[in-house]
Design a protein around this ligand. Structure first.
Ligand SMILES: CCCCCCCCCCCCC/C=C/C(=O)SCCNC(=O)CCNC(=O)[C@H](O)C(C)(C)COP(=O)(O)OP(=O)(O)OC[C@H]1O[C@@H](n2cnc3c(N)ncnc32)[C@H](O)[C@@H]1OP(=O)(O)O
Length: 719
């Protein structure tokens, strides 16, 4: 909806009214069309100002409408009518002008922005392009290079940057609408022809072809298979090479292709999934809207290894006072230096002062006595963590929240070491902890809603996408990673090479294939866990054949590499070879190929030809199957939680929506059928056995992913 008021006698003020972000829903578009006509027909009105209610100009097209039948006046003619208007139209931009919101402002003759406003064309992040003339007007207004940057990245720019680009005409610290109204009065008699951006020639640098070639190459490299960034470059190229009307036609064609693509659906699903995870719930019925967090002013981090350092930086940068504890003097000195460096580099990038004074370092755990929340980040060893929790429970205030940064250990066992187990939760950060967006907040059986709400809020304050998950081995992310890694190893046993498996996964869109990722994180990490679990052991100790553990197929390939001290990048050898330890350039290793041949011969394994499809299906469907088990067990509340974890924590390509969305795209019956096929071929691999929830969903007619929760609820209630 939109509201019309006449201000200062001669200015028609149109206010967009569609909370929370004044998106351009059908009703808002209808309001704009009607009220523009009214303003143009009233002789007393000499100029028009368009603004948004509640200090927000406009968040763009209404993304919720994309899924259904589009009705109401279309955006493009509406914006053309504004641009063609006989009276000056001024956009008063407060808060945000994004996507269609900025395209609307580009149709106006003038743009006044508040100094705190942000503008941008983020359509690419939704699998689209600025298809309401934005791809054609923006390059005409600010030039091709700047337009390419904004449109292909979708980044939001500050008002100051927008002014520098010439994207807005004026910025103000005062009431933007009042400033815009005065401005509108001043320009009443100015000719409008020179203010209609669609009539501008496109500002191109002399070497524009080279520029497009370079940008296209760079976009292809980083897009990981996403098509929208490429279409964005093509649309801007049309602006640079074609008259406006033909450029608009090209924009329309490209948008039509994107609009109906699976990628746009996936990205729009992901947009809402990302927001849905904030509305967490626990199996006990506790929820985000009924559980109040307690404020945290002062926090502590115990253990300043790689993770502890990153967590300290994240907390300090967000303005928390931090007590950072490391018991070893030498490690403490090294950590202090490293943390200061990280803070200084981060501050320089963001143009702010480094938050060095937010941190107090100490060697003694007593120094955390008065903090509100502790994040323990010592080595991933249950005995050690238990000891730390006992100490913390004795030292801290009774009300202090005790959190463990663990990647998969049992939160309940830690809670049992404390006086107040209800205040214990897991906070699983991802390395590097000050950069990676994901945080798994893990509740155990004793964790209170208060503790979960507080950890979730802390996560939000330090800029993380936090997902509340239940307590089980590996939580959500690492639990699903296990069958994925396992299948990758089995594929090597059966004839594949690490290069081939990685290539297939990278072509799918992962930033790194499973073996390159394993080399990066260090093969010894998993080896230690498998030793602790009694898996990576000599056969004589287990009394079982090498390729069988606990009654199921087991691949010792990773253990065998570790026995040779091939730990990955850090030792210069792993699944690949590297020029030197620490180098990141992975090269195929003939030694590894010989080793695989010998291994297969030793175990009488006959290598067969493994194709793309088999790699993808076995790696991804086994992981997805585990995802269904996680949903069935109530460890994740819904498929969105899993998808957000995988995109933010495990480099799952966002344009494929996440593993559970991908399963829905492929078709649940197909996933089920292929799992049945592979399980029949590998009956000693339980992770390939289709999960009952998957069967149930297929039996229920494979409902859309938004309806899965209903089926999950039924399945859980029957357990
Ligand atoms: C064959 C067919 C041919 C095709 C023809 C069809 C034509 C179709 C028209 C095509 C037009 C294309 C051109 C225009 C495209 C667009 O404009 S796409 C939208 C662009 N805008 C965005 O991407 C902005 C998205 N929103 C945000 O980035 C953030 O929400 C925010 C605005 C910066 C606010 O952030 P924050 O304060 O952190 O709040 P949030 O929690 O993120 O959001 C609050 C709630 O608002 C909902 N929401 C936000 N933006 C939109 C939106 N644009 N549409 C609908 N809803 C929106 C958000 O979901 C939150 O609600 P809940 O999910 O209920 O919590």
């Amino acid at each position: 909806m939109a509201q019309y008021t006449r201000v200062s006698g001669s200015v028609g003020l149109i206010t967009l009214q569609s909370p929370p972000v004044n998106a351009l829903s059908a009703a808002v578009r209808q309001g704009i069309v009607d009220l523009m006509q009214r303003a143009l027909s009233e002789p007393e009105v000499k100029s028009v100002v368009i603004c948004g209610q509640n200090g927000i100009f406009c968040g763009g097209a209404d993304i919720k409408e994309f899924g259904g039948q589009m009705s109401g006046p279309p955006l493009i003619p509406m914006i053309h009518a504004i641009e063609a208007a006989s009276k000056p139209v001024v956009a008063a931009i407060e808060g945000i002008a994004l996507g269609g919101g900025l395209e609307l402002a580009l149709g106006c003759h003038y743009r006044i922005a508040h100094s705190k406003a942000k503008v941008g064309l983020p359509e690419v992040t939704l699998g689209l392009l600025p298809g309401a003339g934005g791809s054609q007007r923006l390059p005409r207004l600010i030039g091709v290079p700047a337009a390419l940057d904004l449109i292909t990245t979708g980044r939001h720019v500050t008002a100051a940057e927008a002014l520098k680009f010439g994207l807005v005409d004026q910025i103000t610290d005062h009431n933007t609408v009042n400033v815009a109204v005065k401005f509108a009065q001043r320009v009443t008699d100015q000719p409008l022809d020179a203010r209609r951006i669609s009539t501008y020639p496109c500002l191109c640098p002399p070497d524009v072809d080279v520029l497009f070639e370079e940008v296209m190459q760079s976009v292809r490299r980083t897009a990981r298979g996403a098509i929208a960034p490429i279409a964005c470059v093509q649309a801007v190229r049309a602006a640079a090479t074609l008259p406006y009307n033909q450029g608009m036609e090209r924009e329309r064609e490209l948008l039509a292709t994107l609009f109906t693509s699976g990628q746009a659906h996936a990205l729009q699903y992901f947009f809402f999934a990302q927001r849905a995870v904030g509305r967490w719930s626990m199996p006990s019925g506790a929820r985000w809207d009924t559980s109040k967090p307690r404020p945290v002013h002062k926090a502590a981090v115990i253990g300043l290894g790689t993770m502890g350092r990153g967590i300290t930086v994240a907390l300090a940068q967000a303005g928390f006072s931090v007590v950072a504890v490391e018991t070893q003097e030498k490690q403490l000195m090294e950590a202090k230096q490293a943390i200061s460096g990280m803070l200084e580099r981060g501050a320089k990038r963001r143009g702010v002062a480094p938050a060095l004074d937010k941190i107090n370092y100490g060697r003694n755990i007593q120094s955390v006595a008065d903090v509100d929340l502790v994040i323990e980040a010592v080595f991933e060893d249950m005995a050690l963590k238990k000891k730390v929790f006992q100490q913390l429970s004795a030292v801290c205030k009774p009300s202090t929240f005790l959190c463990s940064n663990t990647s998969g250990l049992d939160i309940d066992q830690l809670a049992c070491q404390t006086r107040n187990p209800e205040l214990v939760v897991g906070m699983h950060f991802f390395a590097p902890a000050h950069v990676m967006k994901l945080l798994e907040v893990v509740y155990g059986p004793k964790s209170s809603p208060l503790a979960v709400a507080t950890a979730m809020q802390l996560g939000k304050k330090i800029g993380k996408v936090s997902v509340a998950v239940g307590n089980c081995r590996g939580f959500v992310g690492n639990r699903m990673l296990k069958p994925y890694l396992e299948q990758a190893l089995f594929l090597l046993e059966e004839g594949a090479t690490p290069e081939f498996v990685d290539q297939v996964l990278e072509e799918f869109g992962f930033a790194m294939g499973v073996f390159r990722m394993s080399d990066l994180s260090g093969l010894d990490v998993g080896w230690k866990v498998r030793m602790a679990d009694g898996l990576a052991m000599p056969d004589s100790t287990t009394g079982q054949p090498t390729r069988l553990r606990q009654g199921r197929r087991y691949s010792p390939l990773g253990d065998l590499l570790c026995e040779q001290r091939r730990f990955g990048q850090k030792t210069g050898r792993g699944w690949y070879q590297y020029d030197k330890p620490g180098s990141q350039v992975a090269k195929p290793d003939p030694w590894l190929h010989r080793f695989l041949d010998e291994y297969r011969a030793r175990h009488a394994l006959v290598a067969h030809r493994i194709d793309h499809q088999e790699v993808l299906e076995r790696c991804l469907y086994s992981m997805i199957n585990e995802g269904f088990r996680i949903l069935e067990d109530g460890i994740a509340a819904g498929p969105e939680d899993i998808d957000v974890i995988y995109v933010f924590g495990y480099s799952w390509p966002r344009h494929r929506g996440g593993p559970m969305f991908y399963a829905a795209t492929v078709g649940l019956n197909k996933v089920l059928e292929r799992l049945e096929h592979y399980y029949q071929a590998h009956p000693d691999v339980p992770s390939l056995q289709p999960c009952p929830l998957l069967r149930k969903l297929v039996a229920s007619g494979s409902p859309p992913i938004q309806k899965w929760r209903e089926v999950i609820k039924k399945v859980r209630s029957q357990l």
